[in-house]
Design a protein around this ligand. Structure first.
Ligand code: SF4
Length: 385
């Protein structure tokens, strides 16, 4: 299985917390679209001829600032260039204020079959606080409209841990989300990233920073409501109904091959990671000059082992310890017997046959637990057995 990610680097407004690559100036939009198509053709060799593309993901930025002909041009080039499965999952990230009934109908016609809608909050004040471009009523309306025009796979994003988001209000927000015609939910804790307006506003004491304890309480509320609705918690921040996981993102977490196209997009070919330049102007110049748009880092065995641990422990499928021993000569059960015993006693982790996986409670600490188990850099000390 392989996937293609297409980064659309434009947004109408800059959300205060966001550290993704985007521009609020649309001057270069037509040139970027043309360059994305050119880059797609140039990277034909990334996949073997017979390799099947099972997922396509438009992310950003805000893909829903694109016109239908722009989406059609990009998708047409992808289908002409690669061997795309006719039933491929084609996800399109969008903001509620862009999703008119007409636009939704056209998205279906052009070949989008999964929508990822940036709802973030049902509280108008919080949306304004985040500098989002839409209202809560637009969010509810567009999700219902999307279902009405026939989208069966709809996911929305929510943010918790927002200062002044009361626990009860967060519980109501999760309930409201789960009552919408969606089959997937991503919920993220608000974080204060470097070089964001949010960080500056906190430094200027105009905004308060997220409170970790409050975030943990919100996470617990989220899990309670997910369980009550009999949804599945399949990755730290991702939840679905009736097995409708995000196939594209599952590909990332299960370390499948993917190609990223567009400014700042990342790629992974099973041995190397590469990332395109995070500047629209430089991206355009490099494409126009027929120059390489990306830098590459070859992954060491240690990198791959640690990524296997991190992505596996963040997900419901966990880490197969026998496979880890065979692939990396890394015997976690022997090396970390005490730690694993402790996490099992606190019900943060469980051993299911050969698989170590975290519980709902443990998933809150997935990054910490994985980092405790990481190979420490002296790889040879674990490979002599
Ligand atoms: S719309 Fe999305 S990508 Fe754009 S600024 Fe907001 S969070 Fe970031």
């Amino acid at each position: 299985m392989a996937g293609i990610y297409i980064h659309i680097p434009f947004c109408k407004k800059a959300c205060f917390y966001c550290d993704f690559h985007f521009s609020v100036s649309f001057k270069s939009k037509a040139d970027i679209i043309a360059s994305i198509s050119l880059e797609t053709k140039r990277r034909r060799e990334f996949f073997e001829k017979e390799e099947i593309i099972e997922t396509i993901y438009f992310g950003g930025g805000t893909p829903s600032v694109l016109t239908m002909s722009e989406i059609d041009e990009i998708l047409g080039t992808v289908y002409e260039t690669f061997n795309v499965l006719p039933t491929a999952e084609v996800t399109f990230e969008c903001n509620p204020d862009d999703l008119s009934l007409e636009y939704l109908k056209m998205l279906k016609l052009v070949g989008i079959n999964r929508l990822s809608i940036g709802v973030q909050s049902f509280n108008e004040n919080h949306l304004a606080w985040m500098n989002r471009s839409h209202t809560a009523s637009q969010s509810v309306q567009c999700v219902n409209d999307a279902a009405y025009v026939g989208f069966k796979d709809i996911t929305i994003d929510l943010i918790y841990g927002v200062p002044e988001l009361e626990d009860g209000e967060w519980r109501d927000a999760v309930k409201q989300a789960l009552a919408l015609p969606i089959n997937h939910l991503s919920a993220y804790s608000l974080t204060m990233e470097e070089n964001t307006p949010y960080k500056k506003l906190v430094q200027q004491k105009k905004y308060s920073q997220p409170d970790e304890d409050q975030s943990s309480i919100h996470y617990a509320i989220l899990i309670e409501e997910i369980n009550a609705a009999e949804w599945e918690h399949y990755e730290v921040s991702n939840f679905c109904k009736d097995g409708n996981v995000s196939k594209h993102n599952t590909g990332y977490w299960q370390q499948k091959k993917y190609l990223g196209i567009g400014p700042s997009a990342h790629s992974f070919d099973l041995e190397n990671r590469s990332w395109n330049v995070s500047s629209n102007a430089q991206y355009l110049q490099r494409i126009a000059g027929n120059k390489k748009t990306f830098e590459t880092e070859e992954l060491t065995m240690q990198d791959r082992l640690n990524e296997t641990l991190l992505t596996g422990l963040r997900a419901k499928w966990g880490v197969n310890l026998v496979a880890l021993k065979e692939d990396y000569a890394y015997d976690i059960l022997t090396l970390y017997k005490e730690e694993i015993g402790y996490w099992r006693s606190t019900k943060w982790a469980e051993l299911d046959g050969d698989v170590l996986r975290l519980t709902d409670k443990g998933l809150l600490f997935a990054d910490y637990i994985a980092s405790e188990l990481f190979e420490d850099g002296d790889y040879s000390s674990h490979t002599s057995s």
